[in-house]
Design a protein around this ligand. Structure first.
Ligand SMILES: Nc1ncnc2c1ncn2[C@@H]1O[C@H](COP(=O)(O)OP(=O)(O)OP(=O)(O)O)[C@@H](O)[C@H]1O
Ligand SMILES: [Mg+2]
Length: 659
């Protein structure tokens, strides 16, 4: 056994080392000693002495070699073939004790499972797979020839029946355990005969690692009690630690060979990655589950697994929300989805440039214009485009105008209809392809009515037509979404105007989205701007509700978690988002978040103490902790950390100078 271990760890002496070891004057390359008290201590001094000795015997010139300091570059050593890779990476010391192994400074103990519960449910091993400390777990599954099993079963059943009958004849009480076993055996026999089940032998070993003996004892107890709670009996593989270690290392060697019979169904329940529901065959990588190291891969457009493609992301500022969404966008873009982003902080410029996207910035003197009166110009059974547009215009004007009386609302409605009619656009879908009116047309209609109410309304939109806000929403639209990656930036807008701008842009995007069906992701970063007014919140909600129908996945990102969730609409947006991501939360918001997301105490704690990029990922009814990771290439595009940005700037300048 010790030989196996030495081989597996690469401690077997190489040819050169063996030669060196033979020379009495040279220090040994590797030596193994058996110490008293039955403890095997295998020590190796691989790199320095061995390689030095080899070179020192090779030629005259290297006579004074041993005066040189003993520094070796491992890569160099391997290149010069003084040692092979295995020699270089092998540990310095392996100590085999009856109840633990020590490899360098790591203490190791292996356990084998000897008893299993009678009934198990899928994922019953989850607790041990997600154990707090790192464990090496191995399963060995040996298929068994059905015929032999059936013969054995027949034999066993006959034995148990005979036992029960004898008990009855003698007037004894039947042993309930035999009765239960007989029932199980009959059931299994039936399934095997039908071919519905196959038979296997199953072995299950666990290796615990620790930094010292005390921790090793503690962890072993913890593992035993965790398994005990699952009615699984585990025993330490005393006097067989090397076999235990080898059996749990990725060599495919079962050196302990303690197995238990299992049928297909029972075996299937031992499948270890139960958070695998969050890991499907298609989609993009959302992150890594830190509990078991599994990938969280999901397709948000997978209609079978999720009821919609919407996602909401909540976290404190700087927790990594935009970073996460940018990564997702980048990955979906590579799968052919169209990405549209409303970016209030101009954070997506670098990413847009990197992928050759279209970056449309809205400000008073920018050439980009959007006309809020645009119609989708598509005809859909049961939907009247003009009426829908008028509804959304009502909401927009309420955001622009503030509170208006019911009389003014009716007046506004009539004025909008008249303005469209002025351009020949009526309820008849044929007319709806004509050029739409402008804000100025509505202003004129209102001003022309000459009542105090209408004059008041006209005055409230005047600043958008003639005043300080003129120049953005008072001309025909001249932008389009013809790039698979389009960003609308509203950073240049005044704070008070941002909700209005986001509303108009969102409405414009929505109109375009409805025109042709495509897999699209629409990101509304800093979505809480939209929640500042009941009407813009209502509009966002109406898109969330209807997005699925148009193959759209709407992502809302919010840092103002408390305010967002305090509103019913905010909560409805969350419930209508099949994917939800929570990253670091503030103590002030944790109770609200905990209540809305039904978080356990542990999960609340996790979110309070989360580092950047850590949190919980919800997909439908499942959730798992997540750690968001990017490749170095991706990180370059998605980071906004000033240090990263400056470093990139400098690197770019350097390239220019050099070229
Ligand atoms: N998963 C991650 N891995 C590495 N770095 C990250 C990760 N997430 C975020 N960061 C770093 O933290 C910075 C801030 O993250 P990000 O801009 O996404 O925060 P945010 O939550 O959107 O904040 P705000 O609400 O202020 O917009 C990023 O620019 C990036 O450098
Ligand atoms: Mg952000």
């Amino acid at each position: 056994m010790a030989i196996d271990l030495i081989k597996a760890l690469g401690l077997n002496k190489t040819k050169k080392q063996t030669e060196v070891a033979k020379a009495p004057a040279q220090p040994a390359g590797a030596s193994a000693q058996i110490q008293p008290h039955g403890t095997n201590v295998i020590t190796t001094q691989v790199a320095d002495n061995a390689s030095q000795s080899v070179t020192s015997t090779s030629s005259e010139e290297t006579k004074y070699e041993h005066y040189k300091p003993n520094f070796f570059d491992p890569v160099d050593v391997i290149k010069k073939k003084m040692l092979d890779v295995v020699d270089t990476i092998a540990p310095d010391i392996v100590e085999v004790n009856y109840d633990h192994l020590r490899i360098n400074d790591v203490f190791i103990r292996s356990l084998f499972v000897s008893g299993y519960p009678r009934f198990v449910s899928p994922g019953w091993l989850e607790q041990i797979i997600n154990f707090d400390s790192s464990l090496d777990i191995s399963f060995f599954i040996y298929p068994i020839e059905g015929k032999g099993v059936l013969d054995d079963l027949l034999h066993k059943i006959a034995e148990m029946e005979a036992e029960i009958e004898t008990d009855i004849e003698r007037g004894k009480i039947i042993n309930p355990s035999t009765k239960a076993k007989l029932e199980d055996a009959r059931l299994l026999q039936e399934e095997l005969v039908k071919g519905a089940e196959h038979f296997f032998e199953f072995a299950f070993y666990i290796t615990v690692r620790a930094v010292d003996l005390e921790q090793l004892n503690y962890l072993t107890k913890q593992v035993e009690s965790t398994l005990g709670a699952l009615l699984v009996g585990a025993k330490v593989a005393y006097l067989d630690m090397e076999s235990g270690f080898l059996s749990t290392a990725p060599f495919g060697l079962d050196r302990i060979s303690i197995t238990r019979n299992m049928d297909t169904t029972s075996l299937a329940t031992t499948f270890p990655l139960t958070s695998a529901e969050l890991s499907s065959d298609e989609g993009v990588l959302y992150g890594i589950n830190p509990q078991n190291g599994s990938f969280i891969i999901f397709d948000r457009f997978n209609g079978k697994a999720l009821e919609n493609g919407n996602m909401s992301v909540f976290a404190t500022s700087g927790a990594g929300k935009s970073y996460f969404v940018k990564l997702e966008s980048l990955r979906y873009l590579s799968l052919g989805s169209e990405i549209i982003i409303i970016d209030p902080e101009a954070e997506y410029k670098a990413l847009s440039d990197a992928v050759g996207g279209q970056y449309i910035s809205f400000s008073f003197n920018s050439p980009s214009k959007i006309n809020p009166f645009d119609l989708s110009q598509i005809y859909e059974e049961g939907e009247n485009q003009l009426n829908l547009k008028i509804l959304s215009l009502h909401s927009l004007f309420k955001v622009i105008m503030g509170d208006i009386t019911p009389i003014q609302e009716a007046l506004l409605d009539r004025a909008i209809v008249e303005t469209y009619r002025g351009k020949g656009i009526t309820q008849d879908p044929v007319t709806q392809t004509k050029e739409p009116p402008l804000l100025e047309d509505l202003y004129k209609t209102l001003a022309g009515k000459e009542t105090p109410e209408s004059a008041d309304l006209a005055a409230r939109i005047e600043k958008f037509v003639r005043g300080s806000f003129a120049g953005i929403f008072d001309q025909q639209s001249n932008v389009d979404i013809d790039n698979p990656f389009t960003v609308f930036s509203v950073k240049e807008m005044q704070d008070a105007l941002r909700p209005v701008a986001m509303f108009v842009i969102l409405d414009f995007i929505w109109t375009r989205v409805k025109r042709d069906l495509k897999q699209r992701i629409l990101v509304v970063d800093e979505a809480w701007h939209m929640m500042r007014y009941a009407d813009s919140a209502q509009f966002l909600w109406s898109i969330v509700k209807r997005a699925r129908k148009y193959y759209l996945g709407l992502t809302t990102i919010t840092q103002d978690v408390e305010d967002f969730l305090a509103q019913d609409i905010g909560k409805s947006i969350v419930t209508n988002s099949a994917l939800r991501v929570l990253l670091k939360q503030s103590p002030a918001a944790i109770d609200t978040v905990g209540d809305v997301f039904y978080l356990s105490q542990g999960e609340r704690q996790l979110l309070l103490s989360a580092n950047v990029g850590e949190g919980i990922f919800f997909a439908g009814n499942n959730h798992a902790p997540v750690y968001i990771v990017a490749s170095p290439e991706e990180h370059k595009f998605v980071t906004t950390k000033p240090q990263d940005v400056i470093a990139q700037e400098q690197a770019r300048k350097q390239i220019k100078i050099n070229s």
